[in-house]
Design a protein around this ligand. Structure first.
Ligand SMILES: Cc1ncc(COP(=O)(O)O)c(C=O)c1O
Length: 340
């Protein structure tokens, strides 16, 4: 099987399993796990924040951020395709009691002008706008990038409107490699940043939320409230530390594989793809006539796993377990499936 459904499908490598087995651990809810503490310090430093919090998932990192920045009845602003709005099971409403106002834009990116047009004046009829969420890279946008100048511009506009700003940086590592810009430069524009270790970096479990010390102090209480306090979590933190040290630079290979696949797909009608849209490790492509789910089913029978993300949209995500040969073979399989 060649599995291109997601970059979350990777297996821990033998070396990663070794550091997990050897990790020093303690009860992290009591603050006793030295490996978790080392990971939190490492992430805080990498992102230029004073503190960080290890959590089980990217969803929990985002939801703790929303809960910490807002009060029930507040309004948050985000893209309609953002993971926080689209894929987190309504958690912002259920767990934080906030309403979402949506700012559309191509591939998950929106402009300062759209943000300004969405903001409403302070008025007792309106929920107060409290938080802007940005996602880089953007998952449903096809791994699209917010470039540094776009990031700066949107955050400046949000600041002028007195908004807090959260970055869903589940794939910030990919954005950093793709733009040759250290993560800290993106992170410096945000009040809080979530990052994932279990996507492109290939760790089995875990994410982190970073921010200033007061923010993380409060976030720690919400982590407990949301059921995310973990005990001997150093075993997982060790994998994350290993992934940060050993699997970041190689994301460039995933990006190259994704570009290769996007170019090969242009030769397979009736697939429609603009290869320039493939900026990182997610290849999003279109098919006509509600063909995406049957194509995914047929490809699976030929040993290729893809994800249909809509009736006419498929995605292929390159990852640690996929080689350049696999990419050529995947394109060959798709060609055969579509010919059949
Ligand atoms: C952009 C983005 N944010 C957050 C998440 C949530 O991560 P998790 O699956 O660990 O909850 C994902 C997962 O794919 C994602 O793509």
């Amino acid at each position: 099987m060649i599995d291109l459904r997601s970059d979350t499908i990777t297996q821990p490598t033998p070396e990663m399993r070794q550091v997990m087995a050897n990790a020093q651990v303690g009860d992290d809810v009591l603050g006793d796990d030295p490996t978790v503490r080392a990971l939190e310090e490492r992430v805080a430093n990498l992102l230029g924040k004073s503190a960080a919090l290890f959590v089980p998932s990217g969803t929990m990192a985002n939801q703790i951020a929303v809960r910490t920045h807002t009060q029930p009845g507040d309004e948050i602003l985000l893209h309609p395709d953002s993971h926080i709005y689209y894929y987190e099971a309504g958690a912002t409403a259920a767990l934080s009691g906030v309403i979402s106002r949506l700012i559309p834009g191509p591939n998950g990116i929106f402009t300062p002008k759209s943000l300004t047009q969405t903001l409403r004046p302070s008025d007792p009829h309106f929920a107060p706008a409290r938080l802007l969420c940005v996602e880089n890279t953007h998952n449903r946008g096809g791994g699209s990038l917010w470039m540094l100048d776009q990031t700066r511009d949107i955050c400046n506009t949000a600041r002028k409107a007195n908004l807090k700003i959260h970055l869903d940086g589940a794939r910030l590592w990919n954005a950093a490699v793709a733009t040759d810009t250290p993560e800290i430069e993106f992170a410096s524009h945000f009040d809080s940043v979530s990052v994932c270790f279990s996507k492109g970096l290939g760790a089995p479990v875990g994410s982190a939320l970073a921010g200033d010390a007061d923010f993380i102090h409060t976030a720690r209480r919400f982590r407990k409230q949301f059921g995310g306090g973990m005990r001997q979590a150093g075993i997982l933190a060790a994998a994350a530390l290993y992934a940060i040290d050993h699997h970041r630079d190689r994301l460039a290979d995933d990006h190259q594989n994704a570009r290769t696949l996007a170019n090969l797909l242009t030769e397979i009608p009736p697939i429609h793809i603009n290869p320039a849209d493939t900026q990182t490790n997610i290849v999003r492509f279109d098919t006509p006539n509600h063909l995406a789910p049957p194509i995914a089913d047929a490809a699976e029978k030929q040993g290729l796993l893809l994800l249909a993300t809509g009736p006419n949209t498929l995605r292929a995500v390159t990852n640690l377990s996929v080689t350049a040969d696999d990419i050529r073979s995947a394109a060959g399989t798709l060609k055969k499936v579509l010919a059949d």
